[in-house]
Write a protein that binds this ligand. Structure first.
Ligand SMILES: Nc1ncnc2c1ncn2[C@@H]1O[C@H](COP(=O)(O)OP(=O)(O)O)[C@@H](O)[C@H]1O
Ligand SMILES: Nc1ncnc2c1ncn2[C@H]1C[C@H](O)[C@@H](COP(=O)(O)OP(=O)(O)O)O1
Ligand SMILES: [Mg+2]
Length: 194
Protein backbone atom coordinates (compact mmCIF):
# COMPACT_ATOMS: atom_id res chain seq x y z
CA UNK A 1 0.00 0.00 0.00
CA UNK A 2 0.93 3.58 -0.48
CA UNK A 3 1.66 4.93 2.97
CA UNK A 4 2.65 8.32 1.61
CA UNK A 5 -0.91 8.96 0.45
CA UNK A 6 -2.62 7.59 3.55
CA UNK A 7 -3.95 10.95 4.81
CA UNK A 8 -4.24 12.72 1.46
CA UNK A 9 -7.28 14.91 0.86
CA UNK A 10 -8.76 13.71 -2.41
CA UNK A 11 -11.36 15.49 -4.55
CA UNK A 12 -12.78 13.77 -7.64
CA UNK A 13 -13.87 16.19 -10.37
CA UNK A 14 -16.44 14.50 -12.60
CA UNK A 15 -18.45 15.92 -15.49
CA UNK A 16 -19.03 15.55 -19.20
CA UNK A 17 -16.53 16.59 -21.86
CA UNK A 18 -16.42 20.37 -22.05
CA UNK A 19 -18.45 20.83 -18.87
CA UNK A 20 -15.72 23.02 -17.36
CA UNK A 21 -13.73 20.67 -15.12
CA UNK A 22 -10.34 22.01 -16.14
CA UNK A 23 -11.48 25.62 -15.89
CA UNK A 24 -12.71 25.21 -12.32
CA UNK A 25 -9.67 23.15 -11.30
CA UNK A 26 -7.40 25.97 -12.41
CA UNK A 27 -9.27 28.35 -10.12
CA UNK A 28 -9.13 25.92 -7.20
CA UNK A 29 -5.37 25.64 -7.65
CA UNK A 30 -5.00 29.43 -7.62
CA UNK A 31 -7.03 29.87 -4.43
CA UNK A 32 -6.36 26.71 -2.43
CA UNK A 33 -3.01 25.48 -3.76
CA UNK A 34 -4.26 21.97 -4.44
CA UNK A 35 -2.43 19.68 -6.81
CA UNK A 36 -4.35 19.37 -10.09
CA UNK A 37 -4.03 16.05 -11.85
CA UNK A 38 -6.06 15.71 -15.06
CA UNK A 39 -6.08 12.18 -16.41
CA UNK A 40 -6.49 13.60 -19.92
CA UNK A 41 -3.48 15.91 -19.49
CA UNK A 42 -1.34 13.05 -18.15
CA UNK A 43 -2.32 10.92 -21.14
CA UNK A 44 -1.68 13.74 -23.62
CA UNK A 45 1.78 14.23 -22.09
CA UNK A 46 2.51 10.56 -22.73
CA UNK A 47 1.31 10.96 -26.33
CA UNK A 48 3.51 14.06 -26.75
CA UNK A 49 6.55 12.11 -25.52
CA UNK A 50 6.32 10.07 -28.73
CA UNK A 51 6.65 6.75 -26.86
CA UNK A 52 5.25 3.51 -28.24
CA UNK A 53 2.68 3.50 -25.45
CA UNK A 54 1.78 7.10 -26.36
CA UNK A 55 1.00 6.05 -29.92
CA UNK A 56 -1.43 3.41 -28.71
CA UNK A 57 -3.08 5.90 -26.35
CA UNK A 58 -3.43 8.49 -29.10
CA UNK A 59 -5.36 6.05 -31.30
CA UNK A 60 -7.82 5.30 -28.48
CA UNK A 61 -8.33 8.94 -27.50
CA UNK A 62 -8.86 10.05 -31.07
CA UNK A 63 -11.82 7.68 -31.21
CA UNK A 64 -13.26 9.10 -27.98
CA UNK A 65 -12.85 5.81 -26.14
CA UNK A 66 -11.45 5.11 -22.68
CA UNK A 67 -7.84 4.00 -22.33
CA UNK A 68 -7.16 0.89 -20.18
CA UNK A 69 -7.86 1.42 -16.50
CA UNK A 70 -4.44 0.26 -15.27
CA UNK A 71 -2.61 2.72 -17.52
CA UNK A 72 -4.47 5.75 -16.28
CA UNK A 73 -4.54 4.69 -12.62
CA UNK A 74 -0.77 4.02 -12.59
CA UNK A 75 -0.13 7.46 -14.07
CA UNK A 76 -2.31 9.19 -11.49
CA UNK A 77 -0.79 7.28 -8.59
CA UNK A 78 2.73 8.04 -9.72
CA UNK A 79 1.93 11.74 -10.09
CA UNK A 80 0.29 11.79 -6.64
CA UNK A 81 3.29 10.19 -4.96
CA UNK A 82 5.62 12.69 -6.62
CA UNK A 83 3.75 15.51 -4.85
CA UNK A 84 2.92 13.74 -1.59
CA UNK A 85 5.30 15.75 0.58
CA UNK A 86 4.01 19.16 -0.51
CA UNK A 87 0.40 18.62 -1.52
CA UNK A 88 -2.44 20.30 0.38
CA UNK A 89 -4.95 18.17 -1.46
CA UNK A 90 -5.50 16.54 -4.82
CA UNK A 91 -7.94 17.39 -7.59
CA UNK A 92 -8.41 14.26 -9.63
CA UNK A 93 -9.92 15.65 -12.85
CA UNK A 94 -11.50 13.31 -15.39
CA UNK A 95 -11.30 10.25 -13.17
CA UNK A 96 -13.19 8.03 -12.37
CA UNK A 97 -14.88 7.70 -15.75
CA UNK A 98 -16.57 4.44 -14.84
CA UNK A 99 -17.53 2.86 -11.51
CA UNK A 100 -14.76 0.27 -11.77
CA UNK A 101 -12.17 3.08 -11.92
CA UNK A 102 -13.50 4.45 -8.64
CA UNK A 103 -13.34 1.07 -6.96
CA UNK A 104 -9.78 0.44 -8.11
CA UNK A 105 -8.67 3.92 -7.03
CA UNK A 106 -10.00 3.28 -3.53
CA UNK A 107 -8.22 -0.08 -3.36
CA UNK A 108 -4.87 1.23 -4.56
CA UNK A 109 -4.83 4.83 -3.26
CA UNK A 110 -7.65 5.86 -0.94
CA UNK A 111 -11.15 7.23 -0.58
CA UNK A 112 -12.25 10.64 -1.90
CA UNK A 113 -13.52 13.25 0.57
CA UNK A 114 -15.58 15.07 -2.05
CA UNK A 115 -16.88 14.58 -5.58
CA UNK A 116 -17.48 17.78 -7.55
CA UNK A 117 -20.09 16.97 -10.17
CA UNK A 118 -19.62 19.63 -12.84
CA UNK A 119 -22.97 19.66 -14.62
CA UNK A 120 -23.88 21.23 -17.95
CA UNK A 121 -26.40 20.38 -20.67
CA UNK A 122 -25.25 18.28 -23.63
CA UNK A 123 -25.98 21.18 -25.94
CA UNK A 124 -23.77 23.49 -23.87
CA UNK A 125 -20.93 20.98 -23.77
CA UNK A 126 -20.99 20.48 -27.54
CA UNK A 127 -20.98 24.24 -28.13
CA UNK A 128 -18.03 24.76 -25.77
CA UNK A 129 -16.03 21.89 -27.23
CA UNK A 130 -16.54 23.05 -30.82
CA UNK A 131 -15.28 26.47 -29.74
CA UNK A 132 -12.37 24.97 -27.79
CA UNK A 133 -11.55 22.90 -30.87
CA UNK A 134 -10.77 26.06 -32.83
CA UNK A 135 -7.61 26.52 -30.77
CA UNK A 136 -7.00 23.45 -28.59
CA UNK A 137 -5.22 21.37 -31.20
CA UNK A 138 -6.85 18.36 -29.53
CA UNK A 139 -7.48 15.45 -31.85
CA UNK A 140 -10.72 14.69 -30.01
CA UNK A 141 -12.31 18.17 -30.21
CA UNK A 142 -14.17 17.49 -33.45
CA UNK A 143 -17.84 16.88 -34.07
CA UNK A 144 -17.66 13.13 -34.59
CA UNK A 145 -15.48 12.39 -31.56
CA UNK A 146 -17.41 14.81 -29.35
CA UNK A 147 -20.59 12.84 -30.01
CA UNK A 148 -18.90 9.59 -29.04
CA UNK A 149 -17.42 11.13 -25.88
CA UNK A 150 -20.83 12.43 -24.85
CA UNK A 151 -22.50 9.05 -25.40
CA UNK A 152 -19.79 7.35 -23.37
CA UNK A 153 -20.12 9.95 -20.63
CA UNK A 154 -23.84 9.27 -20.17
CA UNK A 155 -23.39 5.52 -20.38
CA UNK A 156 -20.24 4.93 -18.32
CA UNK A 157 -19.51 8.03 -16.24
CA UNK A 158 -22.90 9.21 -14.98
CA UNK A 159 -23.31 5.99 -12.95
CA UNK A 160 -20.18 7.06 -11.03
CA UNK A 161 -22.16 9.95 -9.57
CA UNK A 162 -24.98 7.71 -8.35
CA UNK A 163 -22.38 5.34 -6.89
CA UNK A 164 -20.82 8.11 -4.75
CA UNK A 165 -24.14 9.61 -3.77
CA UNK A 166 -24.48 6.61 -1.47
CA UNK A 167 -21.70 7.97 0.73
CA UNK A 168 -22.97 11.58 0.50
CA UNK A 169 -19.82 13.15 -0.90
CA UNK A 170 -21.35 14.45 -4.16
CA UNK A 171 -21.76 18.20 -4.67
CA UNK A 172 -23.53 19.15 -7.87
CA UNK A 173 -22.19 22.29 -9.50
CA UNK A 174 -24.30 24.17 -12.06
CA UNK A 175 -21.76 24.83 -14.79
CA UNK A 176 -24.22 26.61 -17.07
CA UNK A 177 -23.43 29.84 -15.19
CA UNK A 178 -20.53 32.20 -15.97
CA UNK A 179 -17.14 30.87 -14.78
CA UNK A 180 -16.91 33.06 -11.66
CA UNK A 181 -20.43 32.19 -10.55
CA UNK A 182 -19.67 28.52 -10.99
CA UNK A 183 -16.55 29.00 -8.90
CA UNK A 184 -18.55 30.63 -6.10
CA UNK A 185 -20.46 27.34 -5.76
CA UNK A 186 -17.24 25.35 -5.97
CA UNK A 187 -15.67 27.44 -3.20
CA UNK A 188 -18.51 26.61 -0.82
CA UNK A 189 -18.00 22.90 -1.39
CA UNK A 190 -14.23 23.11 -0.86
CA UNK A 191 -14.56 25.33 2.21
CA UNK A 192 -16.78 22.74 3.85
CA UNK A 193 -13.94 20.25 3.60
CA UNK A 194 -11.67 22.04 6.02
N1 LIG B 1 -18.86 28.39 -16.99
C1 LIG B 1 -18.44 28.49 -18.26
N2 LIG B 1 -19.03 29.34 -19.10
C2 LIG B 1 -18.64 29.46 -20.38
N3 LIG B 1 -17.62 28.77 -20.91
C3 LIG B 1 -16.97 27.90 -20.11
C4 LIG B 1 -17.35 27.70 -18.74
N4 LIG B 1 -16.53 26.77 -18.21
C5 LIG B 1 -15.69 26.38 -19.18
N5 LIG B 1 -15.94 27.07 -20.33
C6 LIG B 1 -15.25 26.90 -21.60
O1 LIG B 1 -15.65 25.62 -22.11
C7 LIG B 1 -14.54 24.92 -22.67
C8 LIG B 1 -14.36 23.58 -21.96
O2 LIG B 1 -13.91 23.82 -20.65
P1 LIG B 1 -12.85 22.86 -19.96
O3 LIG B 1 -12.56 23.45 -18.62
O4 LIG B 1 -11.71 22.58 -20.87
O5 LIG B 1 -13.78 21.55 -19.78
P2 LIG B 1 -13.43 20.04 -19.44
O6 LIG B 1 -12.10 20.01 -18.76
O7 LIG B 1 -14.56 19.61 -18.55
O8 LIG B 1 -13.46 19.33 -20.77
C9 LIG B 1 -13.34 25.83 -22.53
O9 LIG B 1 -13.10 26.45 -23.76
C10 LIG B 1 -13.75 26.84 -21.44
O10 LIG B 1 -13.14 28.09 -21.62
N1 LIG C 1 -9.96 8.19 -16.42
C1 LIG C 1 -9.80 7.87 -17.72
N2 LIG C 1 -9.96 6.60 -18.13
C2 LIG C 1 -9.82 6.27 -19.41
N3 LIG C 1 -9.54 7.14 -20.38
C3 LIG C 1 -9.36 8.42 -20.04
C4 LIG C 1 -9.48 8.86 -18.68
N4 LIG C 1 -9.26 10.20 -18.63
C5 LIG C 1 -9.02 10.58 -19.88
N5 LIG C 1 -9.08 9.52 -20.75
C6 LIG C 1 -8.91 9.59 -22.22
C7 LIG C 1 -10.22 9.36 -22.93
C8 LIG C 1 -10.78 10.77 -23.09
O1 LIG C 1 -11.73 10.87 -24.11
C9 LIG C 1 -9.52 11.59 -23.36
C10 LIG C 1 -9.57 13.07 -22.97
O2 LIG C 1 -9.89 13.21 -21.60
P1 LIG C 1 -10.05 14.63 -20.91
O3 LIG C 1 -8.92 15.52 -21.25
O4 LIG C 1 -10.32 14.38 -19.46
O5 LIG C 1 -11.35 15.24 -21.60
P2 LIG C 1 -12.27 16.46 -21.13
O6 LIG C 1 -11.45 17.38 -20.26
O7 LIG C 1 -12.70 17.12 -22.39
O8 LIG C 1 -13.41 15.86 -20.38
O9 LIG C 1 -8.51 10.89 -22.60
MG1 LIG D 1 -10.32 18.91 -19.18
Amino acid sequence: MTDKLKDAKIVFVVGGPGSGKGTQCEKIVAKYGYTHLSSGDLLRAEVASGSERGKQLQAIMQKGELVPLDTVLDMIKEAMIAKADVSKGYLIDGYPREVKQGEEFEKKIGAPALLLYVDAKAETMVKRLMKRGETSGRADDNEETIKKRLDLYYKATEPVIAYYEKCSIVRKINSELPVDEVFAIVEKAIDELK
